[in-house]
Design a protein around this ligand. Structure first.
Ligand SMILES: Cc1cc2nc3c(=O)[nH]c(=O)nc-3n(C[C@H](O)[C@H](O)[C@H](O)COP(=O)(O)O)c2cc1C
Length: 179
């Protein structure tokens, strides 16, 4: 089922049971940005680091992300109608680490605003999307949340990149067109 590299050059087919580690490693070759998703709950603001964020539709503006069913923050995000997605800049690794942990009050000491609907907004990110939930779909051990974007803002800067289990920055190959 999975091809596991035995060297840099060869990929070998390995029949047999599902290999979670290899699946994870193969996914890790797909570099992503890093976001922090926030929402308001009766117990206060909640946020979580997420790299499952993706664009879905430009017109109308639609995005998605997925929340792990095993996360202690699952209930907060599975039920929320409104949330905000913050795309992190290369110098915001600390923020990513902070919101990946549940043992700390991740919002302590941060400069927080609130949207008109009461969603906690972090400042200093590369871009930010205010979202209203449209649908949620089963996704194995994650729930896929699809949302309409009601507002967005952005600034210049380099994105934080996540690949092969580590953080890095984007190295642009000149200014040429992607096509
Ligand atoms: C770079 C990065 C990306 C992550 N992406 C996601 C994600 O897309 N969805 C998700 O549910 N958890 C994601 N996580 C894990 C959560 O941030 C969090 O660590 C996990 O849910 C455990 O939280 P808990 O201690 O509250 O259970 C990511 C973590 C890191 C460091």
């Amino acid at each position: 089922m999975f091809q596991v590299p035995q060297s840099n050059r060869a990929m070998h087919f390995v029949p047999g049971p599902y290999r979670k580690r290899e699946f994870r490693d193969a996914l890790g070759r797909f570099a992503t940005g890093v976001t922090v998703v926030t929402t308001a709950t009766a117990d206060g603001p909640v946020g979580i680091t997420a790299n499952s964020f993706a664009s879905v539709s430009l017109d109308p503006p639609v995005v998605l992300w997925s929340i792990g069913r095993h996360s202690s923050r699952f209930a907060a995000f599975a039920d929320c109608e409104r949330f905000a997605v913050h795309v992190l800049a290369a110098d915001q690794v600390d923020l990513s680490r902070r919101f990946a942990r549940s043992t700390v009050d991740a919002f302590a000491g941060l400069d927080i605003e609130e949207s008109a609907e009461g969603v906690p907004l972090l400042s200093g990110c590369l871009s930010r999307f205010e979202c209203t939930r449209l649908a949620a779909h089963e996704g194995g051990d994650h729930l896929i949340v699809v949302a309409g974007v009601t507002g967005a803002c952005l600034r210049d800067g380099d994105p934080l990149v996540f690949s092969r289990g580590g953080y890095g920055r984007f190295d642009r190959f000149g200014e040429g067109s992607p096509t």
